[in-house]
Design a protein around this ligand. Structure first.
Ligand code: FAD
Length: 307
């Protein structure tokens, strides 16, 4: 019941100000967003890659209001990519981007987001890695998929995300699986209406398995974005049945969630990629993590009360 309330709060400016200013917020936020700058994040990237993990990096931010902020987002990713090149970590670390941060919701936003994200995709390719376009709320997805298709003409490794909770996803999965795309499948983290999305957990889980089967049997590269132990073992089984080798799909989980499972899957020989977010505009990302697990919210509230 709490999840939808927290997701509504994730879009409230008043709550953003309140929570961002709370004295203990930072220490709770650090569990999910372990740094604000490239300098903060480099030791974490080095530590995780040393442990046999791969990463996908999210410079947090979304819902920007000016084209200058979109340009700044592009530059933040370019600076990160420069740093990864200097560290020789290009092939182990890819980028995850939210097109809203690249200007998608502004006037002329589709073209603006494409113009801003293209240099990031080019720079990533130049160091031997790639970019995945995150899925945001359902109103943004036609534009995201069109940008994905456009980028793939020159950079076929560009990935995108699909969300099992949306009714449209089974058909998106068939199209993407047939044209050989890299696709991350997640359950979905936004508050979506019943006209477009399953609302019940068991319906979402069933849809996840149907879509996963399509991806595993298709031509593309499935990226299983979930911490759900049941779905992870189903994914292993479907991959085996589809005759996929260990390097023909990968698991992805979020930094700060089920860290021991990251290492276990990597030790079994799986490709395991940790989605690692950093930056100062962490509010939306943090609130979605609270909404996914009420215990996180209880911990957060307890920390505030104990101060
Ligand atoms: P759940 O059933 O929610 O969780 C399974 C178990 O995992 C829980 O019982 C708990 O033990 C643990 N767990 C899950 N979430 C948390 C948490 N926040 N804190 C502590 N424990 C937790 N969503 C989008 O809409 N668009 C995206 O682009 C997107 N990208 C993602 C990228 C990656 C790599 C991952 C892993 C998720 C992404 N998500 C994205 C979020 C996703 O949609 C889900 O909200 C999130 O993964 C929780 O679903 P779950 O599959 O882990 O299953």
């Amino acid at each position: 019941m709490l999840g939808p309330v927290i997701l509504a709060a994730s879009r409230s400016d008043r709550m953003r100000r309140l929570i961002s200013a709370a004295p203990v917020t930072k220490q709770v936020v650090d569990r999910f967003i372990p740094g604000e700058t490239v300098d903060d994040i480099v030791p974490i990237v080095e530590e995780l890659t040393d442990r046999g993990l791969e990463l996908t990096m999210d410079v947090v931010g979304e819902d920007i209001t000016t084209p200058e902020q979109a340009t700044a987002a592009r530059d933040a990713y370019l600076a990160l990519i420069d740093r990864l090149r200097d560290l020789g970590l290009g092939e182990r670390v890819e980028m995850s981007v939210k097109l809203s941060m690249f200007g998608q919701a502004l006037e002329g936003g589709h073209e603006l987001a494409l113009a801003n994200v293209r240099p990031v995709v080019e720079a990533a390719a130049a160091i031997g890695t790639t970019v995945t376009l995150d899925a945001e709320d359902h109103t943004t997805l036609d534009s995201m998929f069109a940008i994905h298709e456009e980028l793939r003409k020159d950079f076929p490794q560009t990935g995108c995300v699909i969300q099992a909770y949306l009714f449209r996803t089974e058909s998106d999965a068939r199209r993407l699986a047939a044209n050989g795309s890299r696709v991350r499948l997640v359950k979905g983290a936004y508050k979506e209406p019943a006209e477009v999305a399953y609302q019940q957990k068991h319906e979402i889980d069933k849809a996840y398995v149907r879509v996963l089967r399509t991806l595993m049997e298709g031509e593309g590269y499935p990226m299983i974005g979930s911490h759900d132990p049941r779905l992870i073992s189903i994914a292993q089984e479907l991959a085996r049945k589809a005759g996929r080798k260990l390097d023909e799909y990968e698991f992805q989980m979020l930094y700060g969630i089920r860290g021991e499972e990251h290492l276990r899957l990597a030790a079994e020989g799986h490709r395991m990629r940790v989605y690692t977010a950093y930056g100062t505009d962490w509010y939306g990302y943090f609130m979605r993590r609270l909404a996914e697990k009420p215990a996180n919210l209880r911990f957060f509230v307890r920390s505030m009360l104990s101060k």
